[in-house]
Design a protein around this ligand. Structure first.
Ligand code: NZQ
Ligand code: ZN
Length: 389
């Protein structure tokens, strides 16, 4: 049975090969000065930067450059972005890139007019914004996080070895996002599949909680099947528009609140992955891939029937002649085979983790209490991390 919920997602989306035309429609709604946020230079190499800057100039905007947003954006970079926004009194933060640029733009948006330290207020204490919020727009170049249509922002504090995701309310969502699947063609395959696993994990982490039948879980199953199908095409044919567009759209719906409506959610794989990320600065989706199977194998007995449903609905496991445990295990084996097929079956060691980091990563892992099928003990966290190594 679906629980009580409110669904409100105010982000306007422009999707498709000509989606960038939407930028010309949106820009006149905002003031003159635009902070152009981007990463390490991929948008300069693939032509997206030139296309965006031309539209900004055509619309009469003053552009303030804010490049160099790193994957897993740091608190130090956040302070720099806030300084730039204050100095130029910017009217719009335009993120052109992946989840890191978009998350960073949102963190800047709630910090420009906030007198307190944003790390302390939002990421350490999880407080909500009480100040004016600078609007954010997004031109997405990597499919994965769903940041283009949610209020989430993940910031890393390397000195404290903490990577924290704050889920802001819809005031912090991008006002608009431009989604052109062709912009993702130039992604290195490792980033592509990392994003694909991130999408899959967002869905499965909302799915693996609760025992009722509800439409949110049915939507999740359809999305997971679609992600698996499209991923198999992309690894062979990276410029397949149909598959790229399905991945981009699935990513948005995987984490824009829809499939979590009216149900409890788990999120323990993300907690483990974020702690691993804080120690290794590894690519986000791959951190999730490294810890997923040991985690799911540990919790499977506590939520057996959902794992049976997952095996049948997502992986087409034939239940004939099998016990529930065998069906559930066959589902996880099929998931593992798919991860190997697309190249995300990695270990923590592959991502730079070493044995001596395990206790620290366990300490940095936030334990989700009572929302999934089983609340992990610290010993179980250590066991999962050792198995993931
Ligand atoms: O920096 P550039 O040069 O642009 O290169 C980027 C970066 O190195 C490259 N890239 C992006 N688009 C490209 C491209 N290269 C070639 N062609 C393109 N079209 O890809 C690399 C990774 O980019 P990044 O933005 O870091 O990836 P992603 O979208 O996976 O974002 C990861 C961040 O988002 C957070 C993660 O923790 C991580 O910090 N997340 C945000 C969430 C949210 N807001 O809801 C939820 C997620 O679970 C996630 O935690
Ligand atoms: Zn994620």
């Amino acid at each position: 049975m679906l629980g009580t919920f409110t669904f409100h997602n105010p982000t306007k989306l422009y999707f498709g090969e000509n989606a960038l035309e939407g930028l010309s429609e949106e820009l006149p709604k905002y003031g003159k000065t635009v902070q152009l946020i981007y990463g390490g230079g991929s948008i300069k190499r693939n032509g997206v930067y030139d296309a965006v800057v031309k539209i900004l100039h055509d619309c009469g905007k003053t552009v303030v450059e804010d490049g160099g947003v790193m994957p897993n954006p740091t608190v130090k970079k956040l302070y720099e972005g806030v300084r730039i926004a204050r100095e130029h009194k910017v009217d719009l933060l335009l993120a052109v890139g992946g989840g890191s640029c978009c998350d960073y733009a949102k963190a800047v948006s709630v910090s420009v007019h906030e007198p307190e330290d944003p790390w302390e207020k939002y990421f350490a204490r999880y407080e909500d914004p009480t100040c004016e919020i600078v609007p954010v727009g997004c031109v997405l170049t990597m499919a994965g996080t769903g940041s283009e249509m949610n209020g989430g922002s993940v910031i890393t504090n390397p000195a404290q070895k903490m990577k924290i995701g704050k889920v802001f309310d819809e005031r912090v969502n991008p006002k608009f996002s431009i989604l052109n699947p062709k912009f993702t063609y130039t992604l290195p395959m490792r980033q592509t599949v990392s994003g694909i696993y991130d999408i899959f994990s967002h869905i499965s982490e909302q799915y693996f909680s609760g025992t009722d039948d509800n439409v949110s879980d049915a939507l999740s199953e359809a999305l997971m099947r679609s992600v698996v199908n499209a991923s198999r095409i992309i690894v062979r044919d990276p410029e397949n528009y149909e598959a790229r567009s399905n991945i981009m759209w699935a990513a948005t719906w995987a984490l824009n609140n829809l499939v979590g409506c009216g149900k409890t959610e788990d999120w323990m794989v993300h907690m483990l992955g974020q702690a691993l990320g804080a120690y290794t600065d590894a690519t986000h989706g791959l951190t999730l891939a490294a810890v997923s199977l040991p985690y799911y194998r540990l919790v499977m007995p506590y939520g057996l029937l959902k794992f049976v449903r997952f095996a049948k609905e997502v992986w087409h496991i034939d239940p004939a002649g099998k016990t529930n445990k065998q069906i559930a295990e066959a589902g996880l084996s099929a998931m593992h085979a798919w991860m190997q097929e697309i190249g995300v079956a990695v270990s923590m060691r592959d991502l730079g983790a070493t044995e001596d980091m395990i206790e620290g990563i366990a300490d940095a892992t936030i334990l989700m209490d009572g929302v999934g099928y089983h609340t992990l003990t610290r010993d179980e966290v250590v066991r999962i991390l050792k198995e993931s190594l």
